[in-house]
Design a protein around this ligand. Structure first.
Ligand code: HEC
Length: 164
């Protein structure tokens, strides 16, 4: 039998000619595998990402209805999802307090339109935002880190020319 008919030898960086992993490759794959499992556990254990399901009171549910009727999500986000004209509102109640939230809803501010909401709607929206605030933290784990340029997303810290 001529040698040209024998199977070509496979040259792979991971496999030895007899197709079994060398001891070093096993070690490298074990380290990578453990790293992958630990990373996955860390991501799934992160409260800021998984959060809690919103526990809405009757007023909170009314607030959610007003949120949808007035299309707040076209300009605002929860957990980074939504429109991007206005800021993320996941933790707005923590950030500026319920009275200021009500004030902005009543009067508008900058590019935030005055929406002619009733006082009941404003109270319900504040309750809804306060209950959404309990569901988690965004951005999670202060990402991007504080040392990163432009790390603070709050509209209060935008340079003057960035505000309207
Ligand atoms: C047309 C886009 C638009 C819509 C619709 C809109 N907003 Fe806004 N909103 C903005 C912008 C832009 C700002 C930032 C205003 C500023 O820079 O002063 C803002 C600011 C806010 C703030 C203050 C945020 C902060 O961090 O100080 C709250 C609270 C808020 N909006 C709630 C709502 C709610 C609730 C609705 C729906 C009833 C709504 N917005 C609908 C654009 C919008």
């Amino acid at each position: 039998m001529s040698s040209s008919l024998s199977a070509p030898s496979i040259k792979s960086p991971l496999l030895t000619p007899d197709q079994s992993l060398s001891l070093w490759n096993r070690r490298i794959l074990t380290v990578l595998g453990c790293g992958f499992v630990l990373m996955s556990l860390a991501v799934f254990a992160d409260k800021g990402v998984t959060g809690e399901a919103a526990q809405l009171s009757p007023e909170g549910i009314e607030g959610q209805i007003a949120w949808r009727q007035h299309n707040c999500v076209t300009c605002h986000q929860f957990f980074g999802m939504g429109g991007f004209l206005g800021p993320d509102l996941t933790n707005v109640v923590d950030r500026i307090g319920p009275e200021t939230v009500a004030w902005v809803l009543r009067n508008g501010r900058g590019s935030m339109p005055k929406l002619d909401l009733s006082e009941i709607e404003i109270a319900n929206l504040v309750t809804y935002l306060a209950e959404m605030n309990q569901t988690g933290k965004f951005p999670p784990n202060d990402w991007p880190p504080k040392w990163f340029p432009d790390a603070d997303f709050s509209p209060d810290t935008l340079p003057a020319e960035g505000r309207e």
